[in-house]
Design a protein around this ligand. Structure first.
Ligand code: SF4
Length: 442
């Protein structure tokens, strides 16, 4: 019997891809997808469990969904079951969930739905290679989509629970990714945003050597307009990779390199392979290229034993390197990780105060950079309408949609979602740019 299925995707863009693949299997098994939970017979919650706060959000969502009288069954998927399977499925477990599954059995969602409708409780963790969905159900605006090239991670940063939740690095073969990309393009996608826990390790597990460049070459050969790279581990951003980003017109002039810190001693305690010097050298090489590649990064504040001097090293690094887009996280003590067992955990108030100082510094840098764009004409891809601001908004090649600041613009002529326009920047507000579409001559 065809059921109405609702889905909620929590956490990161990699989880969003899993949800879209899962929904592809839902459709191919003959069920209907509904956008509103109030209309769903069954709700799938694809959870996040990366941080304690994400675990709480996942559980809160379960209880919230269960409060809808129309929801007959609930399927719990994703990172929460992958991290706490025995606790959730045991006698004192989470009985609100009729099925608890990990991301290796999404292709069996039809059978899982049948079983729970027949009154069975399902716990399924195949621990096999995830299969590529027949056709993904895109949940981003149709002109861009994430392409997840692998799952898991082999880096073992001491603060991170991902390797224990998602397991070892598993690449999806190039031909499967090309097929998935073709399907996305046939649905209207113009920009592919490549994601993984670590993009630069792509292929090592299945081909015996890194194959990211081969994958990029295969993707740009497709009728796609842009391919964007997120999550590149710094020491594996080779000159060859950066040269390729610089020279290939279809690769967005953008790279996301999570650096986490800039003090050698903190990086060592984090089990990161970089030093402040190697990070600065990577940045200098990227900046030596002619195409003005935007650099995005993330940093963590308040890692165990972080001294005021080590924090100041990070501040100096930010002040001197003037990165284009930066995200900051406060360290959170995650069960089962080596960092959680370290002495010298930093008091919450100190972590927050350092976070605020780092955010204030970087915001001032980014605002200055935004102001420098006033008066210039930039190419903006139209992503949607902000009804509060009564304005169109979009992103440039140097901004990742959903991640970085936006460009808000007006237009005297009709504009079409997914198309790109020349926008004259007239003002800024914090990191966002504001402008108007230049009318074409004639
Ligand atoms: S690179 Fe480090 S922080 Fe990123 S997922 Fe892997 S272990 Fe976690």
């Amino acid at each position: 019997m065809s059921m109405k299925i609702g889905a909620i995707s929590l956490g990161c863009d990699k989880n969003r891809v899993d949800t879209e693949r899962l929904l592809g299997f839902v459709l191919s098994s003959g069920h209907e997808i509904v956008n509103d939970i109030a209309e769903a017979d069954i709700v799938i919650i694809n959870t996040c469990a990366f941080l304690k706060s994400a675990v709480q959000e996942s559980l809160d969502t379960v209880f919230e969904v269960k409060s809808h009288e129309n929801v007959k069954h609930l399927i719990l998927a994703g990172c929460l079951p992958m991290r706490y399977l025995s606790e959730l499925s045991g006698e004192d477990g989470l009985h609100e969930a009729d099925a608890i599954i990990d991301n290796t059995c999404y292709d069996r969602i039809g059978e899982i739905i049948e079983d729970i409708c027949a009154g069975k409780r399902v716990v399924m963790t195949a621990k096999a290679q995830e299969k590529v969905s027949p056709s993904r159900v895109i949940t981003t605006p149709y002109h861009y989509a994430y392409l997840k090239v692998s799952d898991g991670c082999d880096n073992h940063c001491t603060f991170c629970a991902i390797p224990s939740i998602r397991g070892a690095y598993k690449s999806t073969p190039i031909e499967d990714l090309v097929r998935e990309a073709q399907d996305l393009i046939s649905q209207g996608v113009k920009e592919l945003i490549l994601v993984a826990q670590d993009l630069t390790r792509y292929g090592v597990d299945i081909y015996g050597e890194g194959k990211l460049l081969d994958l990029l070459r295969a993707l740009v050969a497709l009728p796609v307009e842009k391919v964007r790279l997120l999550y590149c581990y710094p020491d594996m951003c080779t000159n060859e990779l950066i040269d390729y980003i610089d020279s290939e017109p279809k690769i967005a002039k953008y790279i996301d390199i999570p650096m986490q810190h800039a003090s050698d001693s903190v990086l060592k305690r984090m089990n990161r392979r970089d030093t402040s010097r190697s990070l600065r050298e990577r940045i200098a090489y990227i900046r030596s290229k002619g195409s003005n590649i935007a650099i995005r990064s993330t940093f963590m504040l308040g890692f165990p034993q972080e001294s005021e001097e080590e924090f100041e090293e990070l501040m100096t690094f930010l002040r001197e390197e003037r990165l284009d887009n930066v995200g900051f996280f406060i360290y959170s003590k995650e069960e089962g990780t080596p960092a959680a067992r370290m002495k010298g955990q930093i008091a919450a108030g100190v972590k927050k105060e350092r976070y605020n100082r780092a955010v204030a510094l970087q915001s001032a840098i980014a605002e200055e950079k935004a102001k420098a764009a006033v008066g210039s004409v930039i190419t903006v891809t139209y992503d949607g309408i902000d009804y509060d601001k009564q304005s169109f908004y979009g992103h440039t090649e140097r901004q990742c949609p959903d991640v970085d600041a936006k460009v808000y613009f007006t237009s005297e002529d009709p504009v079409e979602i997914g198309e790109s326009y020349s926008v004259l920047v007239t003002k800024t507000k914090k990191l966002d740019l504001y402008g108007r579409v230049q009318r074409s001559e004639g």
